[in-house]
Structures are given as C-alpha cells and as structure tokens.
Design a protein around this ligand. Structure first.
Ligand SMILES: Cc1cc2nc3c(=O)[nH]c(=O)nc-3n(C[C@H](O)[C@H](O)[C@H](O)COP(=O)(O)OP(=O)(O)OC[C@H]3O[C@@H](n4cnc5c(N)ncnc54)[C@H](O)[C@@H]3O)c2cc1C
Length: 400
C-alpha cells in the first residue's frame, strides 16, 4: 500500500508545498483551517506590509500569483510597490489558490504525529481517524508560537485573554471592542503599530510602550528608497538581498550568526503608509525597560523604567502584548515525545538540512519553523518561492 504524504497547515506555506508535491504526482493529504492566521488572528482592516510582488503564494504552474487572482476576481490589479494589499484581499487570494490547487483540503486538526517504524509516521486527527503517512511536512506557521515576555505574563497565571487585563495581539481580530477604552500596546513592530492605529481609529485611547530610544520608526516610501542598492521584497539593501536570495548560504553560517541575524534583520519598522495614520492618533512612550505587570481590580498597570532611571506606572483598561512569535518545538502539541526528542534542534528550533528535512528522515519543517536554518525570509509569504520547490524536490527524491 502506498501511504500519502501529510502536510499539516493550510496557510500560504502549507498550500504552496501541497501544490508542489501534487504537481510531482505525489499523493498528499493536507490538513488545517485555511488562511486562519490571516482571517482570525490579525486585526480587521489590516493592510499587508509586503508589497504585491512579495505577496505571491508560490505555485508549480504559472497563473497563480496575486495579480492572476485580481484578474480572476475582476478587481484592480495590484502590481506596483505603492499598491496596498488588504488582508481581506490576501485571504480571498489564498482561498482562490486553495480551491484551484488544493481542492480536497481536510479541515481537521492533527492531534498527534509519531514515528511508525519503517512505514513512516502515525497521525491521529481530531475526527478520530488514524493513518500512516510516508512523510510529514509541518507548516503550522504562527499557530501556538505567540510570545508574551515573562514580565507581563507572570501577572496572568491562566494565560493572556482578550477579555482579561492582558492579551497577545494574535488574540484579536475585531478591535472595536476597545472603543472608549484606554489601551496600552507593548511593542514597536508593524503589528504593534498597526494594531495601535486601528484601535485608535475604532475609538480607543492608545499608548504604545516601546523599549529603546526612538524605537518607533517607519520605513521610507518606495519613491525614496536608495536607487543604487539592489531591490528586494523588503526594500533596497545588500543585506536584505543576501538574506532573500541566498537562503542556502544562510544555512551554512555558524549558529550564533544565524540566531543573531534571525533576531536583528528586518527588525521593528512600521510600513511607510502607516505613519500618517499613526502620528497624532497614538501616543508613544519610549522606555528603558518594561519591568512588570500588576493588576489592581481589573485594571492592569505596566511598571516601566524610564530613560532617566525612574520608575513609572502606566495604567489602562487593557494591555496588548504585540511582542511577536518565537519558534519552539516544545510549543507544537502534536509532536509526540518519542519523535520530538529525535529532532536535532538549536535553541528550540529544528536544525534543517537541504530540502528542509529535519534530522528525522521524512519529517520536514517549512515557513517560520524553517527560519533559523534558512533565514528571516521564511517568516514571509515570499519565502514560499524558495522553500516549496526545494522541499518538494527533496521529498520526491527521497520518498516519491
Ligand atoms: C500581524 C501580522 C502581519 C503580517 N504581515 C505580513 C505581510 O504583510 N507579508 C508577509 O509576507 N507576511 C506577513 N506576516 C507573516 C505571515 O503571517 C506569514 O508569512 C504566513 O502566514 C506564514 O504562513 P504559514 O503557512 O507558514 O502559516 P499560517 O498562515 O500561520 O498557517 C498555519 C496553518 O497551520 C494550521 N495548523 C496549525 N496547527 C495545526 C494542527 N495541529 N493540525 C492541522 N493544522 C494546523 C492552521 O490551521 C493554519 O492553516 C504577518 C504576520 C502577522 C502576525
């Protein structure tokens, strides 16, 4: 009996990988809630920071780019760096891509994956079904990797929730719940700044708490990008060019260098078009350190150390930690212990070889989970162009 390959995840990476595997004639079962990170875990009204040319989900055949979706849907073509892609359009593009290339997606969760001798892997689904896969691709993206720093999280032993004093930015879609409320947003990246602007537009009084002096910054618009540097999906710079187009070489760097670059490159920076919606609507509080969160009654208070070395207490109705995501294999609940302990890791992230394979033959990781091996481009949709054909090629050669 020929066992299928299981792809866990139906976001841009899972859909793209599945399309590539299928084009090679490999039987695939694909699981997940399609485009759920974009539909439910990002704020309504959000606009992508990535430009249209960096927002394509890679497919094995021509005709599946964002611009092809625009043509099929009869909407204005999104092509130049000044055209803004709304999250709604991107979700609709993902759904169109799925219907065309992964029509038999199964909208169920994988609850466990374990080794099954030479046959491959044993998977259990939340439908109760159990089956064997010859190889597994983990493309679970942002799911379960939300990071809240300990100094904030310690105040909410049951974890952050949208209705309690503290939440993570991924727990919100509709920010209108904060109309008339005082909100603190901790963070300085695009997610923090856009969440703050959207909440202010919805009627909240918003302060952004950012660590470091002058930390809240916005990128230059396309017409002010330096012309003598190479173009990349993230702006014009040699460093970005290397990271975008040479992920293989990135994998050969020493681990310390890779972890440093993964953290530092493409650091916090608001999109150029957000500046005018943000400034004047949102107050920024630059601080030396966020020290702790306490809750008095149901009002949270964030204690900070100012740049002058004093303590200040910032009180609000709610605090949103827009503090990003951290890859940690321990946070993927479906990986059985027997399997997890066999995966070679570096600081909790899987160490991947050529073709995105882990140290367990037949077990692949892509998207953000491949970031510490293949670089920061893996955190973005445009990374599918590099990852998906290579992963599918490796898997076809080894298990096809
Ligand atoms: C606020 C915000 C804005 C962003 N803006 C941009 C941008 O402008 N441009 C850009 O390129 N990137 C952007 N990103 C990054 C973007 O989210 C990722 O590039 C992209 O979503 C990664 O796709 P993915 O397929 O790896 O994961 P996801 O899109 O997170 O999809 C994960 C999939 O895994 C499935 N899944 C998880 N666990 C299981 C399980 N146990 N069983 C079955 N299925 C499971 C989920 O149902 C889902 O289908 C942004 C991120 C955030 C948070």
């Amino acid at each position: 009996m020929i066992h299928p390959v299981a792809v866990i995840g139906a976001g841009p990476y899972g859909l793209s990988t599945a399309a590539h595997l299928r084009a090679r004639g490999i039987p695939v079962r694909v699981f997940g809630d399609p485009m759920v990170s974009w539909r439910a875990h990002m704020p309504a009204g959000m606009i992508l920071k990535s430009v249209p040319s960096a927002s394509n989900i890679d497919a094995p055949q021509r005709g599946h780019d964002l611009v092809d979706y625009c043509d099929a849907a009869g909407i204005d073509r999104l092509v130049t760096d000044e055209d803004l892609v709304t999250a709604d359009t991107f979700v609709a593009y993902g759904d169109w891509f799925r219907k065309k290339l992964v029509p038999d997606l199964e909208q169920v969760r994988v609850v466990s994956v374990d080794r099954r001798g030479r046959a491959g892997f044993e998977l259990k689904l939340d439908s109760g079904e159990q089956f064997t896969a010859r190889a597994v691709v983990v493309a679970t993206g942002l799911s379960g990797l939300e990071h809240v720093p300990g100094e904030l999280a310690a105040a909410v032993p049951d974890g952050p929730t949208p209705t309690g004093p503290l939440s993570h930015s991924a727990q919100h879609h509709d920010l209108s719940r904060f109309a008339g409320k005082e909100l603190l947003v901790v963070g300085a990246g695009q997610s923090a700044l856009e969440t703050a602007a959207l909440a202010a537009e919805a009627g909240a009084t918003v302060r952004v708490v950012a660590r470091g002096k002058g930390r809240v910054r916005f990128g230059e618009p396309p017409w002010r990008q330096p012309r003598l540097r190479p173009d990349t999906p993230f702006g014009r710079a040699w460093s970005l060019y290397f990271l975008t187009y040479y992920p293989h070489q990135y994998r050969q760097l020493p681990p310390q260098a890779r972890h440093f670059l993964t953290k530092r490159v493409l650091g916090p920076l608001g999109a150029w078009w957000l500046r005018e919606r943000f400034e004047g609507q949102v107050t920024v509080r630059d601080v030396a350190a966020v020290q702790r969160l306490t809750v008095s009654g149901d009002r949270p208070c964030v204690s900070v150390r100012t740049h002058g070395g004093r303590r200040a207490d910032l009180v609000a109705d709610h605090v949103i930690a827009a503090t990003g995501y951290r890859v940690d294999l321990a946070a993927l609940p479906f990986l059985g212990d027997g399997l997890r302990t066999r995966i070679a890791t570096s600081r909790g992230t899987p160490r991947l070889g050529a073709g995105y394979v882990s140290s367990v033959p037949g077990l692949y990781f892509t998207g953000m989970l491949g970031g510490s091996s293949y670089g920061p481009v893996m955190r973005f949709v445009c990374g599918t162009e590099f990852a998906s054909p290579r992963l599918a090629g490796h898997l076809a050669a080894a298990h096809g």
